[in-house]
Design a protein around this ligand. Structure first.
Ligand code: AMP
Length: 271
């Protein structure tokens, strides 16, 4: 039986839980994480739904973020998670001081450069959820690759005994990375947005032939310009450091953020 809870009691706190934090408006990218959680050895699955004001640098973006709690609850009952945690803002951010987490130098690059304070907000809320729930494990999707990197770093740095599982990036059949923000796109824009994935695939292909990071990055940017899709960044990083690759790099990640109908869409591809 799925229970909707608004606060964490001692019973939930002391259970062996796997937490999946979300901002709701759930889609198949999320449900894949819930199914993955069921396959872990942890006794109970807890999904949180909280649209975290602190991670939005733009109030309009926060106000426009899609919310559909009734549908989310139905979906989560179907998946049969144990707890749906829907806290009030005052429970997450009470008047008393909570730890404000800083995301450091990497938190100011890429997403953090274009969305100032975003990752400080993400890490602060994730740490708060960890403190409240005391989970044994948590799952985060590779869709938000920089977020995943920073959360793993935080867990190491704070020496938290929480196992972090990674969920693979789930796409529409068109290639468009699934996202709650896709709900804000018209059908035509959705078609256009799938070109972002095509740019990544084409750039990957270019890299495999040229083996040049700088040429591949320039090539990818040219494709954005040709398709008249605006973008904030396109780059290739070391997936384990989120820095410029060097001779010790084992895995490269092509990362990007573009705009279609003024909706910001992020995507990435291992190359
Ligand atoms: P959000 O509700 O967008 O904050 O996402 C909650 C979790 O779901 C995060 O760990 C995301 O990385 C993950 N997620 C969102 N979209 C996808 C996707 N298309 N594929 C895999 N994971 C996803």
């Amino acid at each position: 039986m799925t229970k909707v809870i608004h606060k964490i009691n001692q019973e939930v706190y002391s259970e062996d839980t796997c937490l999946i934090p979300t901002m709701g408006s759930l889609h198949k990218g999320h449900t894949t994480l819930f199914e993955q959680a069921k396959a872990t050895p942890h006794a109970k699955i807890i999904v949180s739904i909280f649209v975290n004001r602190k991670q939005f640098n733009d109030k309009k973006d926060f106000d426009n973020y899609p919310i559909d709690i009734d549908n989310d609850i139905k979906l989560l009952e179907k998946v049969n998670v144990d707890y749906i945690f829907i806290p009030d803002e005052s429970y997450i951010y009470p008047n008393k001081k909570i730890l404000d987490v800083s995301s450091g130098a990497i938190g100011m690059q890429y997403e953090g450069k274009y969305r100032e304070g975003h990752f400080d907000g993400v890490l602060t809320v994730v740490n708060r959820l960890f403190e409240l729930i005391n989970p044994s494990a948590a799952i985060f999707g590779r869709k938000d690759a920089q977020q995943l990197f920073l959360i793993k770093e935080m867990v190491n740095q704070f020496k938290k005994n929480i196992k972090i599982y990674e969920g693979k990036l789930i796409r529409e059949t068109s290639g468009l990375a699934m996202s709650s923000r896709n709900l804000l796109l018209s059908d035509e824009a959705k078609k256009n947005a799938s070109n972002i994935y095509k740019i990544l695939l084409n750039t990957k292909n270019f890299y495999q032939n040229s083996k040049s990071i700088s040429k591949s990055v320039s090539h990818g940017k040219t494709l954005f310009e040709k398709m008249e899709i605006s973008y904030d960044y396109l780059d290739i990083v070391d997936v384990n450091s989120f820095r410029t690759p060097d001779k010790n790099t084992e895995k490269l990640l092509l990362i990007t953020a573009g705009y279609v109908e003024n909706i910001r869409l992020i995507d990435n591809l291992e190359i």
